[in-house]
Design a protein around this ligand. Structure first.
Ligand code: NAG
Ligand code: NAG
Length: 434
């Protein structure tokens, strides 16, 4: 009996020791983060289940994750500063070290009681930011905890609020756009930014309301821990890491569009004044329903119509040179029997040349129309507002192209004439007897 009860006691004690470490998986903040600044204004409470950061006139406060990560899914539940939080910024972000750091931000810009917070998002690569998008939320973020997440994998970065994607940044390194791919830590902080945060700095922090306190809990990471230059994901089986290849399915795409349509209030892409060329880096492939189920897919690569038109035009020019050569030399030689065959070949080649130049030109025209009008749906800017000279050149090129294809069409009537004059005027495609 004594042995049994002591075994039971052992099991119970073992369970009690073990149980908290299970909970820790769902985020024991003592294990996962360090409070790094704020002299006591940041606190871990409730056995590591709650963390608060405060700001007063003297200082803000902040914490950072103990681990570095290279890719992962990071969730944090945050309850923002209630009441009059104007002038304050609460931030939750991923950031790598060094001068050319990468960073992905959630910044929550406070407001007067009852006025909406703004979620300010930004992306830095190689130390360069300026890619802000701002959103209102569809709930009061001070009333309760809500989950704010980063999904960061080699294909894209997605920011989520309560599981709804609000912003996606695709890896477009192939197009020459830098992508965040340095190991990073999670940071969070609260500070005073009343020079810009609320209504562009018009509303200042009301220090009689201090301290301003935001709360954090349930920090959950599914990620590749980076330590001593080695990723924890290298060695282990990657089939149990769905987030490494997670994509936005069609439901998520719809949600993303819904948020961007209804709650996005600022987009650097459409801020032509500030970033004349901004969205050259936001180009994207998107499909648009043109008619019933017919979809039109557009890519920035559509612009390569310009390149193709150069090739086609050069080919046509080369062909014309050949013809010139042929007329100046071969016409003096009498080909007799093969003349008919030659005439037919010339006829067909001419036709092809005319159609090809016409088609290439039309594709060029379509592409340059995009440059002139932009495309709201694709967030493409009116390139011509900025690059006037470029657009005038394109315009002239397209005009010349059309003039050339009309000329070629006229000239091709000569080869047509050469072919058909050999046939009888009375009988369809029957050779003249003479
Ligand atoms: C604060 O409220 C004002 C008025 O509703 C609004 O224009 C502004 O976008 C809100 N948020 C911030 C951070 O300024
Ligand atoms: C990875 O795990 C899956 C199931 O968890 C298993 O089927 C597969 O064989 C594993 N692969 C490797 C390389 O261990």
């Amino acid at each position: 009996m004594g042995v049994l009860s002591s075994t039971v006691a052992f099991v119970v004690v073992a369970f009690l020791i073990w149980a908290p470490s299970m909970v820790a998986f769902a985020g024991n903040l003592y294990q996962d983060v360090d409070i790094t600044w704020g002299e006591g204004r940041g606190k871990i409470l409730n056995n590591g289940h709650l963390l608060t950061l405060s700001l007063d006139m003297a200082s803000g406060s902040g914490f950072q994750s103990k681990n570095q990560y290279l890719y992962g899914k990071f969730d944090m539940q945050i309850k923002l500063v209630p009441g009059n939080s104007a002038g304050t910024v609460t931030a939750y972000y991923l950031r790598s070290e060094g001068t050319y750091w990468d960073e992905i931000d959630f910044e929550f810009l406070g407001n007067l009681s009852g006025d909406p917070y703004i979620v300010h998002t930004n992306v830095y690569t190689k130390g360069m930011g300026g890619r802000e998008k701002q959103f209102y939320l569809w709930f009061d973020p001070t009333a309760d905890f809500h989950t704010y997440s980063f999904l960061w994998n080699p294909a894209h970065v997605v920011l989520y609020v309560d599981g709804r994607p609000i912003r996606e940044l695709k890896n477009m390194e192939g197009e020459g756009v830098p992508y965040p791919k340095k190991q990073a830590m999670i940071y969070s902080s609260i500070w005073n930014a009343d020079d810009w945060a609320t209504r562009g700095g018009l509303v200042k922090t009301d220090w009689t309301q201090a301290p301003f306190t935001a709360s954090f809990r349930n920090f959950r990471v599914n990620g590749c821990v980076w330590s001593n230059g080695v990723s924890s994901c290298k060695s282990s089986n990657s089939s149990d890491k769905p987030w490494l290849s997670e994509q936005l399915d069609s439901t998520n795409q719809k949600m993303l569009k819904w948020v961007q349509k209804n709650y996005m209030i600022y987009d650097y892409c459409t801020d032509i004044k500030r970033f004349p060329q901004a969205c050259l880096i936001a180009f994207d492939t998107q499909t648009k329903v043109v008619f019933l189920t017919i979809e039109k897919k557009a890519t920035y690569k559509d612009m390569s119509a310009l390149k193709i038109s150069v090739y086609v035009t050069s080919a046509a020019a080369g062909y014309n040179l050949l013809l010139l050569f042929k007329h100046s030399t071969w016409s003096r030689i009498n080909f007799k029997g093969s003349y008919l065959c030659m005439a037919w070949i010339c006829f067909f080649l001419d036709q092809i040349a005319v159609y090809m130049t016409f088609a290439a030109n039309t594709a060029t025209l379509a592409a340059s129309m995009l440059a002139i009008t932009g495309s709201e749906a694709f967030q493409w800017l009116k390139v011509c507002d900025k690059f006037t000279r470029f657009c005038i050149q394109i315009g002239v090129a397209v005009l010349c192209g059309y003039a050339a294809s009309i000329l070629m069409a006229l000239i091709s009537t000569i080869s047509a004439y050469k072919v058909f004059r050999m046939y009888s005027p009375k009988w369809f495609l029957r050779l003249k007897s003479t």
